[in-house]
Design a protein around this ligand. Structure first.
Ligand code: KG4
Length: 338
C-alpha cells in the first residue's frame, strides 16, 4: 500500500512517499532555516508563505522520484496538529485537493506521534506499550505510547523545550540559528580535564522529585549570568557544560519514567536527537539499565519530514481511521486519534 505524507507544521515543508509503512520511496524536504535566520527564530507569516510556494513543486518531485501517479496513492496523510495554524492550513488544503480530485482518503495526523512512527522506516519493530521521548524545538516530553493513535503524556517541560534552550543559549554566545548543531560542534571541540567540575548549577535541585518533569529556562539564565560574570570562559567550555547539564536531566527523567511505568522500551525522536553526544549517552544509559532504546539513525528523520507522516498514516489507515474533508487543524496538541 502506497501513501503520501504532507508536513507543514513549522519550518520544514516536506512530502514523503512510503510503501507499507516500512519502505521509503521518496522524501523531499525544503528547510526554511535560511529564511528565518535573520530573525533568530521562526516568523509564522514567513513560514506559511514559504510552505505555499514550495509544497506543489515538492509533491511533483517526490512523486516523480517514487515513480507513482495520484491513482497509485491509497491514502493522503497530513499533519493537522500541533503547529503554526497558517502553516498547517497549507498542508491541509493540499490534502483536501488530492481528495477532491482523486477521492484519496484523508488522514489528518498528530505531528508528535508521527515523530515516533518514523523509526519503523528504519526497521524498528512496532511494539507497544513503549515510552516516547520527544525532544525538539517546541517539545520536551515523555509519553506512554499505547498503540498507533493513542498516547498519554507522562511528563512535560514547565517552560522552554530543549531545542529552544539550545537556540537561546546559542544566541547568548553569538552563534547562529538554529543553535543545536552550533553548540554541539563547539562542545565537541572542548577537552575537559579529568577532574573537571561543572560550571553551571545542577538542574535537578528545584524540580519535583516524584514525577517526570523538564525545565530548561533556568539553565539558559545560568549561562547568561555566567557569561556576564566570567567573560573569559571559552564558548567551547560553556557549550560542553550546557549540554552535559541538559542531558543529565533527560537521563534522569527517562530513569524515572521507566521506574514509574515499568516499560523498558523507549522510542526517542525529535530534532535534538540529531545530537550525536545525546544519542551516545542515551544508548549507553539504556545498555547499563537493560532498556531497549531506539532513536533515528538518519539525521534527516530527526527533523520534521513527510515520511514520518506517511508512516503513521499507514498504521492508522490499517486501523480504519480516516476523516472527512472538513477536518480542522489545531495549534495545540489535543488530538489523540484512535
Ligand atoms: O524537531 P525539529 O526539527 O523541529 C521543531 O521542533 O521545530 O527540531 C528543531 C530543534 C531546534 O531547536 C534545533 O536547535 C534542535 O532541534 N537541534 C539540535 C541539533 N540539531 C537540531 N539540538 C541539539 N543538537 C543538535 N545537533
Amino acid at each position: 500500500m502506497i501513501g503520501v505524507g504532507i508536513e507543514t507544521s513549522c519550518d520544514e515543508t516536506s512530502i514523503g512517499i512510503v510503501r507499507d509503512g516500512r519502505e521509503l520511496l521518496s522524501l523531499r524536504i525544503f528547510s526554511q532555516i535560511d529564511l528565518h535566520k535573520p530573525y533568530g527564530g521562526i516568523v509564522p507569516e514567513i513560514a506559511s508563505r514559504a510552505h505555499l510556494e514550495k509544497i506543489n513543486p515538492l509533491l511533483e518531485e517526490a512523486m516523480e522520484e517514487a515513480r507513482v501517479s495520484f491513482e497509485d496513492l491509497e491514502y493522503v496523510a497530513v499533519t493537522s496538529s500541533p503547529g503554526l495554524t497558517g502553516s498547517l492550513m497549507v498542508g491541509a488544503q493540499l490534502a483536501r485537493c488530492i481528495h477532491l480530485v482523486y477521492g484519496t482518503p484523508i488522514l489528518p495526523v498528530c505531528h508528535l506521534q508521527s515523530h515516533f512512527a518514523v523509526l519503523h522506516l528504519e526497521g524498528v519493530p512496532t511494539q507497544f506499550p513503549a515510552l516516547g521521548l520527544l525532544l525538539s524545538g517546541g517539545n520536551s516530553a515523555i509519553y506512554i505510547l499505547h498503540e498507533f493513535g493513542r498516547m498519554e503524556l507522562l511528563g512535560d517541560t514547565m517552560d522552554d523545550a530543549l531545542g529552544e534552550a539550545f537556540d537561546k543559549v546559542a544566541g547568548l554566545l553569538g552563534l547562529s540559528y538554529p543553535g543545536g548543531p552550533e553548540i554541539e560542534a563547539k562542545a565537541q571541540e572542548y577537552r575537559p580535564s579529568s577532574d573537571e567540575t561543572p560550571i553551571l548549577p545542577p538542574l535537578l535541585r528545584n524540580l519535583p522529585q516524584d514525577r517526570v518533569s523538564f525545565s530548561f529556562s533556568g539553565l539558559k539564565t545560568a549561562v547568561m549570568v555566567l557569561l556576564e560574570k566570567e567573560k573569559d570562559r571559552s564558548a567551547e567550555q560553556v557549550c560542553w557544560n550546557f549540554q552535559n547539564s541538559a542531558f543529565d536531566l533527560v537521563e534522569r527523567n527517562l530513569k524515572r519514567a521507566v521506574a514509574l511505568t515499568g516499560i523498558r522500551r523507549i522510542y526517542a525522536a525529535g530534532g535534538v536527537l540529531a545530537n550525536s553526544t545525546l544519542q551516545k549517552r542515551l544508548q549507553s544509559w539504556a545498555e547499563r539499565n537493560s532498556v531497549e532504546l531506539f532513536s533515528p539513525k538518519k539525521k534527516i528523520y530527526c527533523t520534521d519530514n513527510g515520511a514520518m507522516v506517511a508512516t503513521l498514516g499507514y498504521y492508522l489507515f490499517r486501523k480504519g481511521y480516516k476523516r472527512d474533508i472538513d477536518f480542522t487543524v489545531s495549534p495545540s496538541r489535543q488530538e489523540i486519534f484512535s
